[in-house]
Design a protein around this ligand. Structure first.
Ligand code: 26W
Length: 822
């Protein structure tokens, strides 16, 4: 059954969007906005002009959206996040507005290729990984499902570092994404707020000696200046605002110093202030602990809250109704200092008493936890906190007193439990626990997958959950199908439209109708052809960037994500070594040709993660050069994995590696992107893999390894990795090859310590899961050999991923946390 289509892509929803009108507007923008003539314009100039033309159209919708929210007194959502990993915006905006085809034609008529200039747009890499990308998907979904939202964050001058691989090692280089300016953003100098640090607190007393108000007198003050980027929802329904703060000195030039001839010294304040928003901290699983990081957290929290309160006051005249009109969401604990900051603004600036301020605060805030890793849980030394934010420290003590009072009244907590609930960690150095602070200051605390949420209740927040049993809830993550299907996989999008019509473009659950075609041989062939095209696109990229020739008919097996021991890239590499060994010792078997792709950045200070990158490259070098492998196994580490690369790799994958130690990956979202694009998953029962298995069905996913309870049980009952390794000949051989320098002849002991860690403790259960993983990989091979079976499974994956749309996730947040209509 093939349904007719009216056009290549959705009809433009904007007037005057025919290619002729657009091309004349592009020329006008080139002349008057960029200051260039078509004959001398560089591709970058065309990019800027094209973006300006579309941005102008967005503005009308933006103004409309804002006005409507104001007129109808709609409740607003404020999403506070230190990271927004938005990637490129041009294709997203063109596509969501239905302008992609007209813009392509308009540019073509001017001799410019859209795909070429699209490739020049820098990735806005204002995030590390999952948490930042989730914030970006959420922004797009909130615009799509029509929720009035502001995202608030920092406009880092240098986002996530650029990764180069030099001799197999990761090298970090600064990413200057603003070098050519940023045609999307609007600077709002008029929207700037003062941010204080340090100093002391004065207590003002009334005539009768009664304490009335506290006034914080900061020693340092800088300015937060707003930069706004419009966020367009699907079909341009609504345009929301991503407001990123940049820092500057209140007095950019110290005139006294300047006039005294100290021209450099005159800029000291300015340099210091601007350094605050310079870099994104590149650690995604370890708290940095630097003072600058706490300054960043406070800087964007206070600027955002001042902005929110100003908007609320100008419309409603009183802060008392804040919780009715505003839902403020804390993306992890990074903005948790917003809790005492809102208290301070309400009490010290707006004269609200403590009890009412606390009530408003709890009703306004909600908090999402994204990790259970103990080393990632933020806490700050009390002396540092006190020095930087003395008034906030007082407020935290006051909140703590209030909470501990409730604990005592509940009469069901041991001393140990009380100590764990306290906002102040007292053993060792005294520290402020940001997770506990975010928890007590919020009416809702959510995890990001069903398993993660249960584990939150049982582990890090067990005591707080006992105290406030109604607060923890689950909101399983999702991804936006616009970027992660419609834009990144035009071939599959076209095939789906021809097969089941256009409904899925507006409701991705409609993809379920593809299920009926899994048994249709001609559909499977067309599906396979789309996959093949996407694999060719990736192969071309690899050939161009790395000079490695790949065979697109081989299985493309991909693990792309941050490099971390718990994500177990090492398990994958060790299995590749074992497979390499097997292929050489059993050349007679019908091995399935595979390309194993790796990509991801390691935190610059994470020694083992960087060593794992080097190992992947060392192993790749040996395998790729060995003629006895006969091309059956290739390994590729793609440098500088980012959103734009993901958009090419997700559609080209046959097999998606989601192999974290059970209980350690909060959710994962790459897992969803792969499956939506027709890859099969090999994975553990971790994070959202569990729910993906439920949706796609046991037959359409390869599950292996220990379950969460089994991991815990092993760790508690004297797990002996050496015994496990000794019992597995394949694993022993692979490990000893790595440890003795087979892949590092230039430095034979390079991996001795890394491998010894597996023998000694193997915290992440690489050895324990190895045999089960290797067996699952051979199952994968078997299914691959029956290509009808393989593609039927792949089609079921696409058809059943609708639930993992971030539109679904956002609707749940809206109904169950924010109390805004959808
Ligand atoms: C303080 C240092 C730091 C920085 C970032 C600690 C922790 C983080 C993030 C919480 C790490 C992160 O990105 N977590 C990921 O969040 C995704 C979105 O919910 C999940 O899908 C991933 O499983 C989780 O690892």
């Amino acid at each position: 059954m093939t349904r007719a289509m009216t056009s290549e892509l959705p009809q433009p929803i904007l007037e005057n969007s025919d290619p002729e009108t657009l091309s004349s507007e592009i020329l006008k923008a080139l002349k008057y906005r960029v200051g260039k003539d078509a004959t001398v314009a560089t591709p970058h100039d065309w990019l800027t002009a094209s973006i300006k033309v579309v941005r102008d159209r967005i503005i009308d919708h933006w103004v409309e959206s804002t006005k409507e929210t104001y007129d109808l007194k709609e409740k607003r959502v404020y999403y506070l996040s230190l990271e927004f990993l938005i990637g490129r915006l041009m294709r997203d905006a063109f596509s969501n507005l239905g302008l992609l085809d007209s813009m392509r034609q308009a540019l073509e008529s001017l001799g410019v290729e859209l795909d070429v200039i699209a490739g020049l747009e820098p990735d806005a890499a204002l995030g590390n990984g999952g948490l930042g990308r989730l914030a970006a998907c959420f922004m797009e979904s909130m615009a799509t499902v029509d929720i009035p939202t502001h995202g608030y964050g920092i406009r880092y001058a240098n986002g996530m570092f650029r990764q180069e691989i030099s001799d197999g090692w990761q090298v970090e280089l600064p990413e200057n994404w603003l070098d050519h300016g940023n045609p999307w953003e609007f600077e709002r100098r008029e929207r700037s707020f003062e941010v204080g640090f340090g100093g002391h607190v004065e207590s003002m007393t009334s005539g009768q000696g009664q304490l009335e108000r506290h006034v914080w007198k900061p020693l340092e003050r800088i300015l937060a200046v707003a930069y706004d980027t419009p966020v367009v929802g699907w079909r341009g329904k609504r345009v929301n605002t991503l407001r990123l703060w940049s820092s500057m000195a209140i007095d950019p030039i110290l005139l006294d110093a300047f006039n005294a001839g100290d021209h450099i010294g005159a800029l000291r304040e300015s340099n210091k202030a601007e350094s605050l928003a310079r870099v994104l901290y590149p650690a995604d699983s370890h708290q940095a602990g630097q003072e600058l990081r706490l300054r960043q957290e406070y800087f964007f929290s206070t600027a955002s809250l001042q902005d929110i309160l100003q908007r609320h006051l100008s419309q409603f005249g009183t802060v008392e109704t804040l919780a009715d009109q505003a839902a403020i969401h804390l993306n992890d604990t990074h903005p948790a200092v917003a809790v005492p900051e809102l208290m301070r603004l309400l009490m010290d600036v707006h004269g609200v008493d403590f009890d009412q301020a606390w009530d408003i605060t709890k009703k306004t805030f909600a908090y999402t936890n994204h990790t259970l890793l103990p080393e990632a849980l933020e806490s700050w030394p009390v002396p540092l906190f006190e020095r930087l934010l003395p008034r906030h420290m007082q407020i935290i003590y006051a909140i703590n007193a209030q909470v501990l009072q409730e604990v005592r009244l509940a009469k069901k907590f041991t001393d140990e439990q009380v100590r764990r609930i306290s906002l102040i960690q007292e053993d060792g150095d005294r520290r402020v626990r940001m997770g506990n602070l975010a928890f007590v200051g919020s009416h809702s605390i959510n995890g990001v997958s069903a398993l993660h949420t249960e584990l939150m209740k049982e582990t890090i927040f067990a005591d707080l959950h006992k105290l406030y049993p109604d607060r923890i809830n689950n909101k399983t993550n999702g991804i936006t199908p616009r970027r992660w299907l419609i834009q990144c996989n035009p071939g599959l999008t076209r095939l789906a439209r021809e097969t089941i019509g256009d409904k899925f473009l507006d409701d991705v659950n409609e993809l379920k109708h593809l299920d009926d075609f899994a048994g249709d041989a001609s559909f499977r062939e067309r599906f396979a052809a789309v996959k093949r095209g996407n694999k060719e696109r990736l192969s071309n990229l690899v050939a161009a960037r790395l000079g490695i020739k790949l065979d697109p008919s081989a299985m493309f097996d991909i693990q792309i994500k941050r490099i971390h021991e718990y994500k177990r890239q090492l398990l994958n590499i060790v299995e590749a070594v074992a497979l390499y060994d097997q292929i050489r010792s059993h050349p007679e078997r019908d091995w399935v040709p595979r390309v194993k792709f790796f990509g991801g950045k390691a935190a610059p200070s994470y020694h083992n993660a960087k060593l794992i990158i080097k190992l992947a490259n060392d192993v790749a070098k040996v395998i790729n050069r060995d003629p006895s492998v006969r091309g059956l196994l290739k390994m590729v580490f793609i440098p500088n994995y980012n959103v734009s690369l993901a958009e090419i790799m997700m559609p080209a994958a046959d097999l998606s590696e989601q192999i974290s130690t059970a209980g350690m990956e909060a959710s994962g979202t790459g897992n969803m992107k792969f499956a939506l694009n027709g890859a099969l998953t090999i994975g553990t029962l971790d994070g959202a893999n569990v729910e993906m298995k439920e949706c796609v069905g046991d037959d359409n996913i390869f599950i292996f390894g220990l379950k969460t309870e089994e991991v815990a049980e092993r760790r508690n009952n004297g797990y002996d990795p050496k015994a496990v390794i000794d019992a597995s000949p394949e694993l022993s051989q692979a490990l000893s090859a790595i440890a003795t320098g087979v892949f590092s002849p230039d430095d034979p002991t390079r991996y001795a310590e890394l491998i010894d860690g597996l023998y000694q403790h193997d915290w992440f259960m690489v050895a324990a899961d190895f045999d089960s993983y290797a067996a699952a990989q051979r199952d994968v091979d078997k299914v691959w050999q029956d290509s009808a079976d393989w593609y039927a499974k792949a089609i079921h994956n696409v058809a059943r991923m609708g639930w993992f749309s971030s539109d679904r996730t956002i609707r749940q947040y809206a109904k169950e946390i924010w109390n805004v209509p959808v």
